[in-house]
Design a protein around this ligand. Sequence first.
Ligand SMILES: *Cc1c(COP(=O)(O)O)cnc(C)c1O
Length: 502
Amino acid sequence: MTDLFDIDAQAVRLQQRDISQPSLPRGQTLPPLALIHDASATLPHPSDQNFLSGQPAADVARHITEHIVPALCGQSQSSRYFGFVTGGVLPLAEWADNVVSHMDQNVQVHLPEQSVSTIVENAALQMLIGLLRLESDWKGRTFTTGATGSNVLGLACGREAILQKRGASVGELGLLGACVKAGVSEIQVLTSGGHSSLSKAASVVGLGRASVKELPRSAAQPWKLDLNAVERELSRPGTASIIAISMGEVNTGGYALDDVDEWKRLRQLADRHDAWIHADGAFGIFCSVLDDRDEYRLLRNRVKGIDLADSITIDGHKMLNVPYDCGMFFTRTSSILESVFVNPNAAYLSPGPAASIPSPLNIGLENSRRFRALPAYAVLLSEGRPGFANLFHNMAQLSRKLAVFLRESPYYELLPDESGDIEEIFIIILFRAKDKKLNDELVAKINATRQLYVSGTSWKGEKAVRVAVSNWKVDVERDFRVVSTILNDVAEGRDFDIEKCL
Ligand SMILES: *Cc1c(COP(=O)(O)O)cnc(C)c1O
């Protein structure tokens, strides 16, 4: 770690960002299964004689290097780990994350005479607002552990705001007391294609998973929100509502609203019925960063209007390619966050009078927390708009090329709709094999190559495969060649040989 701040010594690693990488080490999308078994066998066990007896640090570091590291998933190292939406780690982000560990800042109280950390955090959030082309200044803003954490904040703020409008504070009275005082007998979360973490968040904040109601516009496009149904639900007496807008549904990447006109209509409905609008844009919001060219116009229109939301969830560890864990949350005012998250009656935690930046502990879940803003700050500063526009362009180009390949393939069917517009695609593609037997084994067969990892999912009751492209290392031509060869080999029953592809 002594050379952490010797930038010349770090330069080679930082420059990897700009070197195209035809010679990526092989076989590292997934580690060989045997290495995972071997590594497991080297871990301490409570029945070992020397359990917890201590070891030299160098021995432990060697053990981790030799056994544990080779048995870890290559999700950040490979451009072809397409499971979940994992992102990778830009070299600069990795370096900045090491700085975070080295300096171990506790970013909980804004102490501008002690540390610049909260000011850096705020600067990073301001850059993100600019990168995403948001129009409002989103004064309530903070870093979270990820989109699930941000969804918890969104529903917590929504719950507080819709009951405050009816004369009661959940933060003060608790949910039960506030609902009784406000005359509310039900709180519902209206959504379409809501992420699973939305139900989790609803459980955490006391609304319950059953409060989440799917209002799909049609069976063919279930991720789109039925605004007429929303209007009906909002009008039910005794009910207060949060509307959760999916911006990047997990299976299809689809957006709940088409354009700014639909956003305006939703905003009017929400205002009329004192409802809260939360937008979950974990990865999908980043399509606003794409350059203003024809092929991205449709996508960019999907997120125009997001400034009409009351709160926004964003993930850092996905598209921004910073390490886990990192997410962001935006809402209009920090006062609504403080109503929920204030850490009261602790004078020693006070930042002092007239602080321009609220202390993170009063606007988010944790008190003590990691300086996870630094890697995000670093990549926002270094990539800027052109850098990220280019990275997202590469991801979108690979996704779209694969979608066209699948649509034209005799073996595969592009979902949700073969005739769908390729320009709807950002970084997610969904498909299945036409042959039922192959389809049943498809995910296992693809992942068995260890050179490509995809997620299994289901679509309309049948198995399907989902691909999410989110690593900065994507090389459109190389990765297309590898992936299309694997898909053809799997369909035609051939063994895949990476050497023939690179
Ligand atoms: C990934 C994702 C989440 C959950 O994010 P985590 O970072 O895993 O907590 C929530 N919503 C959407 C739309 C997502 O894509």
